[in-house]
Structures are given as structure tokens and as C-alpha cells.
Write a new protein. Structure first.
Length: 288
């Protein structure tokens, strides 16, 4: 286990990165979890004209600028996905695939997932439906597993599961080519509904149905309510005050995950506030 951090930042979009550089300026011991591309929402933007000081950039250009800024300040992104976070009283435990991290405070900057849950996904979550295939793979030894992959990273998880499961179906939500273990059956079709009784048993696709023992939906981000049990959600976003404080002491949030408008500069501004609020919180708990 790593040493306990002052701040763990979950998300490497403009909100998380802005929080990170302010945490660095405040001399805090912090870690940023995120994506190797920083955020896919940056890479995909054809033209960005509303980020102060950077007219006419492509998202890719802006990503390069962000990377240069991180390098100049010696900030690294840990490309690890956080699957759940537990408030333990005076610290938070953050669970990654095979590691646990600890931090005195956290900043959630996870963005929003534009994809709606499939019918039945929320109903069967934890009952045959999961969001971390590598975590739960041992439960499916010798069984049939279906993986709905929203990004290339899901392929690695699918290949890992295929080493334990009897049969793995992979339903990509993006265009190929796919880099998967040969035993995996790729099905290019649209998932419509998860059905079952006490547990999920079947995935209904537009053109066929799959009997399955488990279904993993692997997206860029997990809904914040699932990520942090007990977190107050308001209108599908994390509830925060003007200091980016959530209902859980020591837990702050910033960016798209706290609400609209979904914009880079608003996310970066909120990341700044969240880091300053976290620094103030750390000072407070130190003096108590
Ligand atoms: P995100 O950018 O979504 O970043 C969140 C990051 O956290 C992601 O990398 C994700 O992988 C990571 N993450 C999530 N959960 C976890 C976890 N559990 N563990 C580890 N990492 C995790 N806005 C503008 O202002 N101007 C524009 O021109 C513009 N153009 C756009 C074009 C497109 C095509 C799209 C999709 C969006 C555009 N936007 C634009 C909106 C903008 O992309 C978002 O508002 C902005 O990226 C939000 O930043 P964020 O930091 O809140 O979240």
C-alpha cells in the first residue's frame, strides 16, 4: 500500500488537471488518476474557440498544451481506473483494479457519461451486472461472460476475463479493429435490455439474445453515486456548494460531474476551487 496522500484527484480532464496544478502550488501530496489521453472529450473536439488564451485550437492541440503544463510542473497522471471509494472517517480508501490507495481528501472530476444505462442495467447492478471485469472475473470461472466495451481499454479487461471464463462475448460500442484474445466472440450489435430474475440472465440485443452468467458494462466513467456510496446526487449530478464541497466532509467535486454547462473552462475553474477548498480542509483537520 502507498503512503496516505493529502488529496486524491479522480479524473484527468480539465477539472482534475486544474485541481492537480493548484494542489501542487499549495504543496500538497497528491495523486491524479485518469486516462492516458487525459480525456477523450478533448481529443475528439474538432475546434475549441472558447478557452481563454487559446483561440482556434483543435482539442488535440489543447491536450498538448495541457501535457506541456503538467510536464513543466512535474505532475504525472496515474493511468489507473478507480472503481469504488469508501469514506473511512478520517480518510478515503480508493479501490483500483488490484490496489488500494488512501487519501485524507478527494476531488471527484470524473466528467459525465453521455451514454444512457441500458434497460435493466441499474436494476441488476451487483446482481450479475458489474463495472469492473478484472475485479470480479474470479466469480465467473468456467462461466459465460458478456462484456459491453465502450472504449479500447475494455479489450484488455475482456482478454483477462477470457483466461478464466468458459466463454466471453464482446460487444464493442465503437468501430474496430479489436485487439482481443482469439477465444472471444465479438458481436457487433446494439444492447437493448438486461433481463433475469434475482440475477441477470440474458442480454437482449437488437438482432439476437445472449444467455449469460455475468455482464460487464465498461465505460469511461462510473456514475458518481456508484463510485462513492453515500454521495448526494442532485438532478443526476454530484450536489456541491460554491466551494465545491459535497455532502461528505473531505470530498469535493468539479467539472461536468457537478452539472451543466459542460465546458472546458468551467471545469478548469471548478477544479481550481476544489483544490483550494481541499487545501483549506486539510489545514482545518490538521489544526483540530
Ligand atoms: P472530462 O473531460 O470528461 O474528464 C474526466 C476524466 O476522468 C476522463 O479522462 C475519464 O476517463 C476520467 N475518469 C472518469 N472516471 C474515472 C475513474 N473512476 N477513475 C479514473 N479516471 C476516471 N467544451 C468547451 O468548452 N468547448 C468546446 O469546444 C467543446 N467541444 C467539445 C467537443 C466534443 C466532441 C465533446 C465530447 C465535448 C466538448 N466540450 C467542449 C465539452 C468538454 O469536453 C467537457 O465539458 C470537459 O471535457 C469536461 O471536463 P471534466 O474535467 O469535467 O471531465
Amino acid at each position: 500500500m502507498e503512503e496516505r496522500y493529502d488529496i486524491a484527484i479522480v479524473g484527468s480532464g480539465p477539472a482534475g488537471l486544474s485541481a492537480a496544478l493548484n494542489a501542487k502550488i499549495r504543496n500538497k501530496k497528491f495523486i491524479v488518476f485518469g486516462h492516458k489521453n487525459l480525456t477523450n472529450k478533448l481529443v475528439k473536439a474538432p475546434k475549441v474557440n472558447n478557452y481563454l488564451g487559446f483561440f482556434g485550437m483543435t482539442g488535440e492541440n489543447l491536450k498538448d498544451k495541457f501535457e506541456a503544463h503538467l510536464n513543466a510542473m512535474d505532475i504525472e497522471v496515474t493511468t489507473e481506473r478507480i472503481n469504488s471509494i469508501y469514506a473511512m472517517g478520517d480518510y478515503f480508501a480508493l479501490m483500483a483494479n488490484d490496489k488500494t490507495y488512501e487519501a485524507k481528501s478527494i476531488i471527484l472530476a470524473t466528467g459525465v457519461e453521455y451514454t444512457r444505462p441500458i434497460k435493466g442495467e441499474e436494476q441488476y447492478l451487483g446482481k450479475g451486472v458489474g463495472y469492473c471485469a478484472t475485479c470480479d472475473a474470479p466469480l465467473y470461472k468456467g462461466k459465460t461472460v458478456t462484456i459491453i466495451g465502450h472504449n479500447k481499454e475494455a479489450e484488455e479487461e475482456a482478454s483477462f476475463v477470457s483466461e478464466l471464463a468458459e466463454l466471453v462475448y464482446y460487444i464493442p460500442m465503437y468501430k474496430g479493429p479489436y485487439n482481443l484474445n482469439g477465444s472471444i466472440e465479438v458481436i457487433e450489435d446494439k444492447p437493448e435490455e438486461i433481463v433475469g430474475d434475482l440475477k441477470a440472465k440474458k442480454l437482449i440485443l437488437k438482432n439476437r439474445e445472449l444467455e449469460t452468467d455475468g455482464i460487464f458494462v465498461l465505460k469511461d466513467s462510473i456514475s458518481p453515486g456508484q463510485l462513492v456510496p453515500g454521495l448526494k446526487i442532485e438532478d443526476n449530478h454530484i450536489g456541491v456548494d460554491r466551494l465545491m464541497r459535497t455532502n461528505i466532509p473531505g470530498c469535493f467535486a468539479a467539472g461536468d460531474c457537478v452539472g451543466k454547462p459542460y465546458q472546458y473552462i468551467k471545469s478548469a475553474g471548478e477544479g481550481n476551487i476544489a483544490a483550494l477548498s481541499a487545501a483549506q480542509y486539510l489545514d482545518q483537520i490538521k489544526s483540530n
